[in-house]
Design a protein around this ligand. Structure first.
Ligand code: ADP
Ligand code: MG
Length: 272
């Protein structure tokens, strides 16, 4: 049994405080859903936990089975058992899914041939076209293919904890089912069940993936926690209760490491 413990986490980006004291404990096999308005800091939370550069942690801790992750590089956190399914999966020209996964798994002490077989099996399991395994990672893939691709990685790498940042965005009904069913199965595994932090806007994610806890995230903190019924409530009422807490002051273009460019807009950095 493993435990991912986030304690009073504070972080800034572009000189603006986005995470304002997040505390959350996830155990193996548990699914925690995080729902909240656009711009509230949900992706920032996923990035800070997994170690994406560009964020400054100003307080708090994130431990996995007692090991402080905030002192580790992103790859070391991955090796410790953490996985991020990105909201906007990165395109990596020149590197195939197979090459990337084989390198990751071999670095973790696993056998390359076993990994190849596992990639094939996982792809088949969720309907990821096998010819995409050897194509450049995410390049020219549709939204649905990208999220299936992330899910193949999750299945092959067998992390202890997965953060799913809007894995339901850009998916058609079939892809949605395949992806969420696969994640739910991982959480129910007899051996090493997966713990999940699922960021989403829609309770349709929970048709296959069973949430144990639902958290409302707004203005950089968890405002309210409950069970599945909280997701139903949110679909009725929205986030009006917390709207007055939202800080609409935008970070300045000068502070933004991505700059105020058309390219950055194309990446939807400020959306969702
Ligand atoms: P969510 O995922 O909840 O929609 P984000 O975590 O993506 O929210 O963003 C939270 C806030 O942080 C937003 O106001 C966003 O504009 C800002 N932000 C995110 N990344 C950066 C960055 N690299 N530079 C400056 N501001 C950023
Ligand atoms: Mg986001």
């Amino acid at each position: 049994m493993s435990e991912l413990v986030v304690t009073d986490l504070h972080a800034t980006v572009g000189g603006k405080e986005i995470l304002k004291g997040v505390s959350l404990t996830i155990r193996s096999g548990e699914v925690h859903a995080v729902m909240g308005p656009n711009g509230s800091g949900k992706s920032t939370l996923s990035h800070v936990i997994t170690g994406k550069p560009g964020y400054t942690v100003t307080g708090g801790s994130v431990t996995l089975d007692g090991v402080e992750l905030l002192e580790l590089a992103a790859w070391e956190r991955a090796k410790a058992g953490l996985f991020l399914a990105m909201q906007y999966p990165t395109e990596v020209p020149g590197v195939s899914l197979e090459a990337m996964l084989t390198a990751s798994a071999v670095a973790a002490g696993r056998d390359a041939d076993v990994i190849k077989a596992s990639i094939a099996a996982e792809s088949e399991r969720i309907g990821f076209a096998t010819d995409l395994i050897t194509r450049p990672l995410n390049v020219d893939l549709s939204g649905g293919e990208k999220k299936r691709n992330e899910t193949v990685q999750l299945g092959v790498l067998e992390p202890k904890f997965a953060i799913l940042d809007e894995i339901d965005s850009g998916l058609d009904v079939d892809a949605m089912k395949a992806v969420t069913r696969r994640v739910e199965e991982a959480t129910n595994a007899d051996d090493k069940p997966l713990g999940v932090l699922a960021i989403t806007h829609y309770k349709r994610l929970f048709e296959e993936l069973e949430p144990d806890h639902v958290h409302v995230f707004a203005a950089g903190v968890i405002q309210k926690s409950g069970g599945r019924e909280l997701a139903d409530e949110l679909e009725e009422t929205g986030y009006a209760e917390w709207a007055h807490l939202v800080d609409h002051s935008a970070p300045t273009a000068f502070d933004n490491p991505f700059g105020d460019t058309t390219f950055a807009d194309g990446l939807n950095l400020h959306e969702g």
